[in-house]
Design a protein around this ligand. Structure first.
Ligand code: PEP
Ligand code: MN
Length: 332
């Protein structure tokens, strides 16, 4: 349920209303906009008398919110959420480029790629240290050493780091990491999401390959309900009957998720297509569709990459693509 207040409500009356609602057992999520303040009620509102609230002189309108995600719902929070990471902001009209290899492989590799993508306009470095591989026999990432090398690249370039966390017990190792990525395979790892909700670090949640928008928003809801407002949604392609591409990029997710939610939406064209040749066009399409950012796999030697070489673009390709993305974003 949301309560839309009249402009400039009397503070004492507002405090009285909030106390009354809290006494009834609701959690209150208040969103202060340019003209109106909205109180979002989380809890069982089925027994509450709407007329009683509407009768309050500071209340303009009361509406029930049908969707099961409350905190992630744009109705609760009409303004875009903007997430500050280092010197950049994700959401609120910016186009943020997150770039880097699928996996950290060596200090030279990660630093060289970090320096290159930074020069081209990326403001966040990605790279996996703990890799969720489909096969237990495939390269599993450099683990702790990978985290150390990412932090070395951050020290050298100043780029904040986005890397995947696979288990809540890894949180102490991720202390200096800027964005905690929840992979597609872990999107519904609810104990992990609950643990991330207790932190205040930005969390980037990738859409599971067979999950709906609502499933994704419910996963975001776990983190938000835990008290962490810093959630970024990421579409990375879903499973369909098509096999030419690794997954099918659902571009309609951008305007859809942005209508349903106030959270920033990032597109990963690399895992979505599995083919480096398709990454530039899909990135441009995502920018045109209003994405708040892109997460692109960039490798300095794709044929020899330990993971996801076929979908990794080179630093030269990234350098050619980045200015086009900013141009399209500014037109969109
Ligand atoms: C990744 O970003 O390297 C990754 C494993 O992505 P996803 O979880 O989308 O498969
Ligand atoms: Mn990858």
């Amino acid at each position: 349920m949301i309560i839309i207040l009249k402009e400039h409500p009397d503070q004492q009356k507002l405090n009285g209303l909030v106390t009354w609602l809290k006494d009834k057992g609701f959690d209150i999520h208040s969103s202060v906009g340019a003209n109106h303040t909205i109180l979002g009620l989380v809890g069982d509102t089925s027994q509450i008398d709407i007329d009683l609230i509407s009768a309050n002189e500071i209340v303009e309108e009361v509406k029930r919110v049908q969707e099961p995600y409350k905190n992630a719902n744009r109705k609760f929070h009409p303004e875009d959420t903007v997430i500050k990471v280092g010197n950049t902001e994700i959401g609120g009209g910016n186009l943020t480029l997150i770039a880097g290899p699928c996996s950290v492989e060596s200090e030279e590799q990660i630093v060289e790629i970090a320096e290159a993508v930074k020069k081209s306009g990326a403001t966040i470095l990605r790279g996996g240290a703990f890799k969720p591989r489909t096969s237990p026999y495939a390269f599993q990432g450099m683990a702790l050493e990978g985290i150390r090398l990412l932090l070395k690249a951050k020290e050298k370039t100043g780029l904040p780091i986005c890397t995947e966390i696979m288990d809540a017990n890894q949180l102490p190792i991720f202390e200096d990491i800027d964005i905690l990525q929840v992979g597609a395979r872990n999107m519904q790892n609810f104990s992990l999401l609950k643990a991330l909700g207790k932190t205040n670090k930005p969390v980037l949640i990738k859409r599971g390959m067979a999950c709906t928008y609502q499933d994704l928003l419910m996963s975001a809801e776990y983190v938000l309900a835990g008290g962490n407002p810093n959630v970024i949604l990421c579409e990375r392609g879903i499973r369909t009957f098509e096999t030419y591409t690794r997954n099918t990029l659902d571009l309609a997710s951008i305007p859809s998720l942005k209508t349903l939610s106030h959270l920033p939406v990032i597109i990963d064209p690399s895992h979505a297509t599995g083919r480096s040749a398709l990454v530039p066009s899909m990135s441009m399409a995502a920018a045109a569709a209003g994405a708040d950012g892109l997460m692109i796999e960039v490798h300095n030697d794709p044929p020899h990459a330990k993971c996801d070489g076929p979908q990794s673009i080179t630093p030269e390709m990234f350098d050619n693509l980045a200015p086009k993305l900013f141009t399209i974003h500014n037109l969109a």
